[in-house]
Design a protein around this ligand. Sequence first.
Ligand code: HEC
Length: 134
Amino acid sequence: MFRGTRLELLSVAILPLGLGLALQGAPVATVESAPAATAALGDPSYSADIGPLFMDQCVSCHGEETAEAGLRLDSYAASMQGSEYGPVIEAGSPENSLLLDMIAAGEMPQEADPLDEDDVELVRDWIAAGAEDN
Ligand code: HEC
């Protein structure tokens, strides 16, 4: 009962620990808090949410000057084109989107703190809704 709130606070305050717990499949608590978080975020759009997030967190390594793995995230078209290995976003299918896997696992952004859960949810919702140029 009171565990849910506590875990949520923890994962915000100490994100790596929060992620660790979530990855170990610990709780019910994360599952319970997910729908509320999603509902509060509404429908993310590329121009208002996703583009600015990529600009802030990703483009230093995935932009015009440096494009690690051949991946650029500085425009919608480039993001959908993917890396030298292929697409990293599968429209409508978050579970098949490498980009989402990597941010959810904290593997990207490299050399920085993992994205907070709300940002990961934004990207997940945007991909699930069709990854549109909206
Ligand atoms: C400090 C540099 C750096 C930052 C910042 C960074 N990346 Fe990366 N990224 C890399 C490097 C280096 C690779 C290639 C090696 C690897 O896969 O670990 C990579 C690879 C990737 C790949 C895999 C491409 C493929 O097809 O194998 C994805 C997806 C990705 N990054 C997404 C992101 C996202 C999304 C962000 C922002 C939230 C981000 N990266 C931020 C350095 C960075």
